[in-house]
Design a protein around this ligand. Structure first.
Ligand SMILES: Nc1ncnc2c1ncn2[C@@H]1O[C@H](COP(=O)(O)OP(=O)(O)OP(=O)(O)O)[C@@H](O)[C@H]1O
Ligand SMILES: [Mg+2]
Length: 365
């Protein structure tokens, strides 16, 4: 059989491999690249839209199996790669950042900052370029959670600010501007000034994902950030009990008000669990996160158990996702990161599809 014939068959086989999130086959999605046929030895890349793709292994195995089964094929090498797509926007800020995720909740203390840092670490673990913006100007906790000593960020020409770097991520926080343990005294106009600087002057360089930790609630800072930062989407953190859900609803409505897509809900403190056992204790009840997700027709992106080690990890500046990625907590955050990244990709494709079908309709008309 000629190499040309083999290539045709390989492409036909790959056309039956569907991306379950994007509902299209990987050939039509343009994921198959660098096909090389050398006698019966076949190799190609599958370029995904995010290195945090939740079905990466599944797709790889399916490609491997389907192509290996073809007549004339002796060996198959599938290289899984990723090129993160950028969410399109027209705002003239944060232009080197491909995707911006805001983590919000209606009320305080539900675990936003812990979700932010671990989500960011989990994305970075997949190989993505990641930044963290601490939008909690009054109560910045990101420096401590990531173990970054308080020191003013380096400045550059034209008021540029260079973010600190830690755990392979770029990080900016108003906490860097205070003295350790001292509150940051800010009045209205200064507050706006800091947010403006965070949006305009920080030299992030090329980033795949920037995760913003929003302050608790739905006040001015939250509105300014959600309006002015070109967000790919918002993530709502809630705890399972009803009383928390009422607040979380406000968070969802805030994003809807400024027309930012809600990527989904994270239920934190879903149950109590020790590192040693799988037994779950549902302290705050069950199903709250799912209920909220259903109410707004968005996915439940993940559930994170209450695990004492998460607190220790946060306090020591070593997020559990980095120190113990295969622990129940580490796994929960890594799964969450995959779902967040997938949801961003899905939204991007849906938008393109809408534009495409819009053209078709116009054409037919
Ligand atoms: N899944 C979890 N298991 C155990 N402890 C957790 C978990 N998530 C968060 N915590 C702890 O709960 C406390 C509050 O979490 P965190 O600071 O992330 O909440 P927050 O929503 O950012 O709070 P604030 O509204 O004050 O900014 C922290 O001590 C944190 O370590
Ligand atoms: Mg916080």
């Amino acid at each position: 059989m000629s190499e040309q014939d083999i290539q045709t068959r390989v492409m036909q086989a790959l056309k039956t491999v569907n991306d379950p999130d994007l509902h299209k086959n990987i050939v039509d999605l343009g994921f198959v690249k660098n096909m090389k046929i050398d006698g019966g030895n076949v190799s190609f890349d599958v370029e995904l839209t995010t290195p945090a793709c939740p079905v990466k292994e599944q797709l790889k195995n399916e490609c491997q199996e389907k192509v290996s089964a073809l007549e004339g094929v002796n060996s198959v090498t599938v290289n899984m790669t990723a090129a993160v797509r950028a969410t399109e926007h027209t705002q003239p800020v944060l232009t080197t950042v491909k995707n911006i995720i805001a983590v919000a909740s209606g009320k305080g203390g539900v675990g936003k900052s812990t979700v932010t840092t671990n989500l960011a670490c989990a994305l970075a673990l997949t190989g993505a370029k990641v930044g963290v913006m601490d939008g909690d100007i009054y109560g910045p906790s990101i420096p401590k959670m990531l173990g970054i000593p308080i020191s003013p960020p380096r400045g550059g020409e034209n008021n540029k600010i260079f973010p600190h770097e830690k755990h392979g991520m770029k990080v900016i926080s108003a906490g860097f501007l205070t003295e350790e343990g001292q509150p940051l005294m800010l009045r209205g106009p200064m507050l706006g000034g800091i947010i403006q600087q965070f949006l305009q002057n920080v030299e992030w360089g090329e980033l795949d994902y920037l995760v913003i930790d929003l302050p608790p609630g739905t006040g001015d800072v939250q509105l300014t950030l959600t309006q002015r930062a070109p967000l790919s989407g918002g993530v709502i953190v809630t705890t399972p009990q009803d009383i928390s859900l009422i607040d979380a609803e406000k968070g969802v409505k805030m994003f809807q008000q400024v027309k930012v897509p809600v990527l989904g809900v994270v239920e934190n403190m879903s149950w109590f669990q020790t590192e040693e056992s799988d037994k779950k204790y549902f302290i705050f009840g069950q199903g709250g996160g799912q209920k909220l997700a259903n109410q707004f027709n968005v996915p439940l992106l993940g559930q994170v158990p209450i695990i004492p080690k998460i607190v220790e990890a946060g306090d020591s500046g070593q997020p559990i996702t980095l120190t113990d990625p295969d622990s129940p907590a580490g796994l929960a955050y890594r799964k969450l990161a995959e779902q967040v990244a997938a949801q961003i990709s899905i939204n991007q494709f849906n938008k393109e599809d809408k534009i495409d079908s819009g053209f078709e309709l116009a054409w037919e008309g």
